[in-house]
Write a protein that binds this ligand. Structure first.
Ligand code: AMP
Length: 283
């Protein structure tokens, strides 16, 4: 059975004896509206740890003032079923007040390019919100392993840096992108798409797949790869590109003309009001 707890103290009370008995703990931070992508993270954690804690928290501090915080789907009842079926043990579903008890607060903020490029350009406070809430979750749970998806590739780079800089004593485990049969990356925001937009959005994974083929066939020119992806997406009239960019891994380093392996090719594209992200590693 999955236990659902809402307070920090209750969660600590449950975990304390388990940890004292030497149990390993996996943490899977999510914003809920759980789908097959989340389920894969949970199942991976369940395989690798004695106890798996899944947090379900729509984190207000990572949404900008014009973003979809209020509209974001909240589906705790069905989330509990997904967690159970994937082998999770505990759901931590705190209120915003529990996580942010006071208006004055401590932020965790990374400097440098890592939070300024890609999504950071149009979402300037996003990664500060992510780093802050993930730090809180790490301190509340004290996990052995923490699970994140490659779907949010910039988040992964930010968290790798944060774990290193703040000496968090845990392993980051990164799970590959889980896609629908069509190739569309699974996302809680896919529920916003009309049937027509959803069909059109397949162009994102198709363009990235083609870029990897071209890269493997010898085209390592950054401008050429980005232009080809851009053209494929622009040929789909429902698409509205925010960015198609390429940075070096790890750490999202600037690339000159040449793409050196491994590099991250990432994009953000709107279909109607829905902003989708996707990426591929060129290596
Ligand atoms: P979210 O609820 O969107 O904040 O996502 C919670 C975690 O699930 C993050 O680490 C995401 O990267 C991961 N995730 C979301 N969608 C996918 C997916 N399609 N494949 C793999 N991981 C995913």
């Amino acid at each position: 059975m999955v236990q659902c707890v809402h307070s920090v103290q209750e969660l600590r009370n449950i975990l304390k004896p388990l940890k004292a008995a030497g149990k390993t703990v996996g943490l899977v931070p999510t914003m809920g509206a759980l789908h097959q992508g989340h389920a894969t993270l949970i199942a991976t954690s369940a395989k690798e740890n004695d106890i798996t804690v899944v947090s379900v928290f729509v984190n207000p501090t990572q949404f900008g003032p014009t973003e979809d915080f209020d509209a974001y789907p909240r589906t705790l009842d069905s989330d509990l079923k997904v967690v159970k079926n994937a082998g999770g043990d505990i759901v931590f579903a705190p209120s915003p007040k529990e996580m942010y008890p006071s208006e004055d607060m401590t932020w965790v903020e990374l400097t440098g390019n890592i939070t300024k490029v890609l999504c950071g350009k149009t979402r300037p406070i996003h990664f500060r919100g992510v780093a802050t809430v993930v730090s809180k979750l790490f301190n509340i749970v004290g996990p052995t392993n923490a699970y994140f998806g490659q779907k949010d590739a910039q988040q992964v780079e930010v968290l790798r840096r944060m774990v290193k800089d703040l000496f968090f004593d845990l392993n980051l485990r990164i799970v590959p992108i889980v896609r629908e049969e069509s190739g569309l990356a699974r996302s809680s925001r896919n529920t916003y798409l009309s049937a027509e937009e959803k069909a059109a959005a397949v162009v994102l994974s198709q363009s990235l797949k083609k870029a990897l083929e071209d890269f493997k066939a010898g085209d390592h020119n950054k401008a050429s790869i980005i232009e080809k992806v851009t053209k494929i997406i622009q040929a789909q009239p429902l698409s509205d590109i925010e960015y198609v960019e390429c940075y070096g891994l790890p750490g999202l380093s600037e690339l000159k003309d040449e793409i050196t392996a491994p590099s991250l090719l990432a994009l953000a594209v709107r279909f109607g009001n829905t902003r989708l992200i996707d990426n591929i590693i060129l290596e």
